[in-house]
Design a binder for this molecule. Sequence first.
Ligand code: UDP
Length: 328
Amino acid sequence: MKTILVVGGAGYIGSHMVKKLQAQQYRVIVLDNLSAGFVDAVIGGELLVGDLADKKALQQLFQEQQIDAVMHFAAHIQVGESNQRPDKYYDNNVVRTLNLLNAMVEAGVKRFIFSSTAAIFGEPQYVPIDEKHPQQPINTYGRTKLMLEHILQDYDRAFGLKSVCLRYFNAAGADPDGQLGERHDPETHLIPLVLQAAAGRRPAITVFGQDYDTPDGTCIRDYIHINDLCQAHLLALEQLLNGADSAAYNLGNGEGFSVKQVIDVAEEVTGLKIPVQMGERREGDPARLVADAQQARQALGWKPQYAELKTIIAHAWQWEQQYGKTVG
Ligand code: UDP
């Protein structure tokens, strides 16, 4: 049985990944500082509460446990905040991640799955965005992730550390079984906010800008179901464990939906009228982000199972209805 260390396994994507790994008979160790994660989201594996700033603890962890591969989900993810607090983002997303990589190198652990982002590409020069698209991030968040991609190339060359960088477009939805879902505090993502407005937990959803160069004037994004995202991680992990070389893939469905379309589909799924407010553009939002994920499909054999926006929103709604009740 292979042992996988999931850093940030108590968070949104990490917790779904832990569930999937367990279902595939991996032994899972979660390391999470609980700054954004939840103890009860770790529904399998062993939870160690700790921070990547603690180099000694990391060293000890790798000495005590026979770890075959590491998946890293413990990053700060808010674009706006990253511009205001570059110190926080460079510290967590770069410096602390480097601590993790150094502990891995020291212990001889040579397989790493990295959560990267469409934000490494910056303002799209064309869509859909493939792996060859120029990488010119326009915010601190994107720069921290691109730095790590470069660091990983160097660590492969120098230390033989093999990695797969997965550039997420818009991760969304929830565990189809209803056990897990998206919980951010504060929540900033469109689909959970729309559904909170539907449930009456928020007065309205504010649409950030309606004068973009898109058919209805609102921003277009490529939403990818959390389970499909985790499935791509699993396939990448299997390849690395079988001796594959380092790689980087864009992950999305290849289809874009505008903010207004998301709200329309959410009304259809919930059967409720969702109060909408028109607001200003949010700084740093490109008009259109859509992935070309052909390479992931070909190289990993990845096939999204829940590509329909309706299904993504239906699963998120199932979660909102049960989780929303517990938080009021
Ligand atoms: N958005 C919005 N209102 C909100 C939150 C998001 O109109 O309250 C828009 C946002 O401008 C973007 C899209 O929804 O065009 C997706 O935003 P989200 O924050 O979910 O993900 P991002 O694209 O920033 O990764």
